[in-house]
Write a protein that binds this ligand. Structure first.
Ligand SMILES: C[S@@+](CC[C@H](N)C(=O)[O-])C[C@H]1O[C@@H](n2cnc3c(N)ncnc32)[C@H](O)[C@@H]1O
Length: 246
């Protein structure tokens, strides 16, 4: 009987904790910048105010955007290193935000690859559309990433090679989390390279068994990001299973 209120309280606590952490990070980064020790991740975009837009969207919708600053250059590199771009690929990105990972993926990927972006925030989506207007390989969808299967079907695409995600899974409802993870697994091509790549503050998708339907997983910890993040690659194929702590 007390299960539902307790679970509600736990969700509120976890969301509040996340919010507090982000404000603390904003404070730390500001102090470091003032002290001359911190240089923000370089933004190689046409629009120099992308970080400001991201921060503004965080204040507008903190539980959805869930971060006050874009990923660091090191984290971006580590995520992109997990994909093989030597041949044409179909890649989906969940929660590109202001596009820091997108720019790196677009820079590396094959000229015949396709990159589908799913960004819930309308203003961030509009900025992505402007940013990638000249790149016909990139399409921007102001939609929930759970709609990836429908978008693929509309485009006549059968499978993705990679799905990259920066959405805040840890604060999603359990049913929503399961829906996204099952659909992601289903759209990945049944090939050895096909993978779902996430960067998250916690590694709960792996350690709590949310991704046990994937074939195998590899994780690393990226300290050079505020906050530090796990980068985990869940392969569609494999026999070892994706559970385990590291
Ligand atoms: C933590 S930010 C990551 C931004 C960027 N990828 C980075 O590394 O700096 C999460 C982003 O995911 C978006 N988002 C959250 N839930 C989503 C969903 N279900 N579908 C698509 N985008 C979502 C938010 O609007 C936000 O821009």
């Amino acid at each position: 009987m007390i299960y539902v209120p307790l679970r509600g309280m736990a969700t509120v606590c976890s969301k509040s904790l996340n919010l507090c952490l982000n404000f603390a990070l904003l404070f730390v980064r500001t102090c470091h910048a003032w002290a001359g020790h911190y240089s923000p991740p370089p933004i190689e975009s046409k629009n120099p105010s992308m970080s400001a837009i991201f921060l503004k969207r965080f204040f507008k919708n903190p539980f959805q955007v869930a971060s006050i600053v874009p990923s660091s250059k090191t984290l971006i590199r580590r995520v992109s290193d997990k994909m093989d771009h030597s041949v044409p690929r179909v890649i989906a990105e969940y929660g590109p935000g202001e596009g820091c990972h997108t720019r790196e993926i677009a820079k590396r990927m094959h000229r015949d690859s396709k990159l589908l972006l799913f960004e819930l925030d309308k203003e961030l989506s509009e900025h992505l559309k402007v940013q990638f207007a000249d790149d016909s390989r990139v399409s921007v969808h102001n939609l929930d990433c759970a709609q990836l299967p429908e978008v693929l079907a509309d485009k006549g695409i059968q499978h993705c090679d990679y799905v990259v995600s920066g959405i805040p899974f840890s604060i999603l409802e359990k049913t929503k989390k399961r829906e996204i993870l099952e659909k992601t697994h289903a759209v990945l091509a049944p090939k050895d390279h096909s993978a779902f790549i996430i960067y998250q503050v916690t590694n709960e998708l792996r350690t709590r068994g949310h991704c046990d339907h994937f074939g195998k997983a590899e994780s690393e910890y990226c300290l050079v990001n505020l906050p530090p993040m796990f980068v985990t690659k869940f392969y569609k194929n494999g026999t070892n299973g994706a559970n385990g702590s590291q």
